[in-house]
Design a protein around this ligand. Structure first.
Ligand SMILES: NC(=O)c1ccc[n+]([C@@H]2O[C@H](COP(=O)([O-])OP(=O)(O)OC[C@H]3O[C@@H](n4cnc5c(N)ncnc54)[C@H](OP(=O)(O)O)[C@@H]3O)[C@@H](O)[C@H]2O)c1
Length: 317
């Protein structure tokens, strides 16, 4: 039985705890918030042995095997490091870090400690995404020559939380990370930025990005926004066909188009969009893996590298 502790009793922690209830070989053991009141309130909704009013107290609990880090982005590095230092396996919400440099620090520490770390890239663990990945690897659409991704939402300034905060805000880290994870999964070479269109909020955070890149022979588009809606989809173009994944950050279907056929395939979640990721981590831990074979440390470094390549060209003040 894997005993989980949650760091941060905010929005997303509720979704994680709901989904965790569906596993019979893992359990929610403790939750921590920076106020004990909020931790206790969370515990009332999601029963657990313990509620802590400090993240350090949770990490000091030797009964906990794995920690889910669900605080805003800029605190990830600090709490991942502290969790690894005390011997916990870690699942950390996306984006794992603010930069490639930070991600490398995590990789080094996890490897040194021989402990499991995974960025919570839930999209990769949905049944629909797994099916698409298998089809591409089986050569169903030939060689990949283009990966086009668009994930844009309107997040108004007045109820934005950390979205508009300098350094950790911006659409790239919050949502572009899903585009980057998909792109990274279907390309192999380093990324070169060819064209970049962007819009800023107060010169400190980007609210729209349309980046055209090349990765070896593969043409790549990453479009991300806080200030507009577009149809959310990823298109993987191959030499013999293409696959469209609607809502690629949490997909439940895809469209496969080849030279002589086109079909739309529904692949519902098992339980919900979080379940596959949690199931995977628990299986990895049961098998003493120190890394996921599906979302590796290198995959997270590639994601951070791609976002860094784009951010390097945006003149933040
Ligand atoms: N996988 C997904 O589908 C998904 C969806 C949404 C978000 N996320 C990710 O999950 C993470 C958390 O997002 P969220 O929306 O859940 O955030 P949130 O609700 O704003 O906050 C989560 C937790 O962080 C704590 N926190 C906030 N500021 C803090 C500070 N200065 N020091 C220490 N703790 C602090 C909050 O404590 P208080 O309650 O005391 O403020 C709360 O417990 C983000 O990195 C985000 O990208 C993932």
């Amino acid at each position: 039985m894997i005993k989980w502790g949650i760091i941060g009793a905010g929005n997303i922690a509720h979704r994680f705890a709901d989904s965790l209830e569906n596993l019979n070989d893992a359990t929610l053991y403790a939750v921590a918030n920076r106020t004990i009141e909020k931790a206790e309130k969370f515990r009332a909704n999601h029963p657990s042995e313990k509620a802590y009013g400090s993240y350090d107290d949770l990490l000091a609990d030797e009964n906990i095997d794995a920690v889910y880090i669900a605080v805003p982005h800029k605190f990830h590095l600090e709490w991942v490091k502290k969790a690894l230092e005390v011997g916990k396996a870690v699942l950390c919400e996306k984006p794992a870090t603010l930069s490639l440099d930070e991600m490398k620090q995590i990789s080094e520490l996890a490897q040194e400690k021989k402990l499991f770390f995974m960025e919570a890239m839930k999209s990769r663990f949905t049944p629909a995404y797994r099916e698409v990945k298998n089809l591409v690897e089986a050569g169903e659409i030939g060689n990949v020559i283009g990966v086009y991704t668009s994930l844009c939402r309107v997040f108004p300034l007045d109820n934005s939380g950390y979205f508009y905060e300098p350094v950790q805000g911006g659409c790239l880290l919050d949502m572009g990370v899903y585009n980057a994870a998909l792109i990274e999964d279907f390309t192999k070479e380093p990324f070169e930025l060819d064209e970049l269109e962007y819009e800023m909020h107060e010169d400190t955070v980007e609210v729209y990005v349309n980046a055209k890149l090349t990765s070896g022979d593969v043409e790549v588009i990453l479009e991300s926004a806080f200030d507009r809606e577009t149809e959310t989809k990823a298109v993987i173009r191959g030499t013999k066909g293409l696959i469209i994944i609607p809502d690629f950050h949490r997909p439940t279907n895809y469209i496969l188009q080849t030279q002589d056929s086109m079909k739309s395939v529904e692949v519902p979640y098992k339980v919900d969009d979080f379940y596959g990721e949690i199931r995977h981590v628990v299986d990895c831990l049961a098998n003493d893996f120190t890394e996921s074979p599906i979302m590796t440390l290198e995959n997270s470094e590639n994601v951070a590298r791609l976002l860094d390549v784009i951010k390097a060209e945006i003149p933040y003040v």
